[in-house]
Design a binder for this molecule. Sequence first.
Ligand code: HPA
Ligand code: ZN
Length: 342
Amino acid sequence: MGKNTSVGKYIEGLPKAELHVHIEGTFEPELMFKIAGRNNIKIKYRSVEEVRAAYKFNDLQDFLDIYYEGTSVLREEKDFYDLAYAYLEKACEQNILHSEIFFDPQTHAARGIKFKTVIDGLYGAIEDALKKRGISAKLIMCFLRDVDPVSAMKTLQEALPYKDRIVGVGLDSAEVGHPASSFKEVFDEARKNGFLTVAHAGEEGPAEYIWQALELLKVLRVDHCIHALDDKKLVEELVRRKIPLTVCPLSNVKLKVVDNIKHHPLKKMMEKGLFVTINSDDPAYFGGYINENYLAVAKALELGEQDLSVIAKNSFRASFIGESEKEKLINKVDTYNSSFEG
Ligand code: HPA
Ligand code: ZN
């Protein structure tokens, strides 16, 4: 690797996977207006600029209120298709070779949208993006933790006919006051049906919720997990079990979970031996896609090409693709490193 290289250029070309992105959080205002127009739905903002100006959040709930409002214009299969295809094109531009995408079916069911409409749209885009752009992607269905677990169980039943199109289940939405433990039964049932499991934990919530995700939900990855650092034993356990963590730096700053990117715990997490990846979470709302996240922490925490390369390899290692495919993608990082000249 060259010495005087621009880290930005290195990040742009670095092959990587994204493991924590909510498709509803990739909804750019321009597309929101377009879809609202064709569906004859009025939105409360007059312009794209006005929408962006509203994206100032004090905490997770503040963001979720606007995020769920944004989803209200999604009605038809084509709307979900266009949303996912736009994200996948952007992902290709940023050298994401594989993405595991969250979606929130309960949010759409609450507006009377059928599961089939959502899944056909999202999955159609994934198939086309693979054919046309070569990017691979998988879907992870999230349950809303601030909604009764009975509704989650019902959603799981609705998903069963489509289980070959959904690799796993997750848990998102407002965390504090909604512990992972309430979803033990649903996750047991999901695992019985072959779904892999992940969960948001330790974003705004305490380390205790991360323990619950590990012990009760038996998750294979933890989303966010930055509050693990409050509990030494938990850190040791996460290291011992090699549990991948999907960290989202710009999200943490935008939602005021971390007061300044310079104080982001990502580097400390790496130093403690945690299995860290970098992801965008809700890029249309948080001011950056995956490369902007890599760049922000690289600059603020002085990460070098070596650290970034470890993180990119981690992202493939932590993904839900087959072992031989993983090795191929990890080798692409090495090939990139040996050819990169800044
Ligand atoms: N946290 C929890 N739920 C979410 C998020 C998040 O950052 N984004 C979309 N749903
Ligand atoms: Zn998230």
